[in-house]
Design a protein around this ligand. Structure first.
Ligand code: GDP
Length: 138
């Protein structure tokens, strides 16, 4: 799985009509789109996806935000995909993200930060299976 990662174009980006611009950044950086869809998460789905943050003070806000509109999950392929994609999106807080990163360009706040990227190969597989049939077959 080290050549695949899972991205989610978050509700703020979909609402701001920048799905295409963000995908353009992703493909120009050499990622191949292996699977993609537009979907709306239920509170239960968003809660499960971010279960690791259950004890954090921002958990409910995060679930509310991720269910506030449609999202676009994508399975992406590139060598060393997880690390390369985290570099491309930048730091969680857009004000701290490097120039040229997707969160710097499109993110509005630490919560409304435009895009998600898996943080490990193991999570990339789990998160891909969350949206698509399996992480091996996408
Ligand atoms: P990521 O791996 O860079 O997405 O960061 P985390 O896994 O730490 O956090 C998951 C998501 O929760 C982030 O992408 C943000 O949308 C949101 N988030 C993280 N930290 C905060 C915070 O301090 N406050 C709020 N409101 N949201 C946060």
């Amino acid at each position: 799985m080290s050549n695949k990662t899972l991205a989610i174009i978050k509700p703020d980006s979909v609402g701001n009509n920048v799905i295409g611009e963000i995908i353009s950044h992703i493909t120009k950086a050499g990622f191949k789109v292996k699977a993609m869809k537009l979907t709306k998460l239920s509170p239960e789905q968003a809660g499960n996806f971010y279960a690791v943050h259950k004890e954090r003070p921002f958990y409910q806000d995060l679930v509310d935000y991720m269910t506030s509109g449609p999202v676009v999950p994508l399975s992406l392929e590139k060598e060393n995909a997880v690390e390369e994609f985290r570099k491309l999106i930048g730091a969680t807080d857009p004000t701290k993200a490097e120039d040229g990163t997707i969160r710097k360009i499109f993110g509005k706040s630490i919560e409304n930060n435009a895009i998600h990227g898996s943080d490990s190969d193991e999570n990339a597989c789990i998160e891909t299976t969350f949206f698509f049939s399996s992480c091996e077959r996408v």
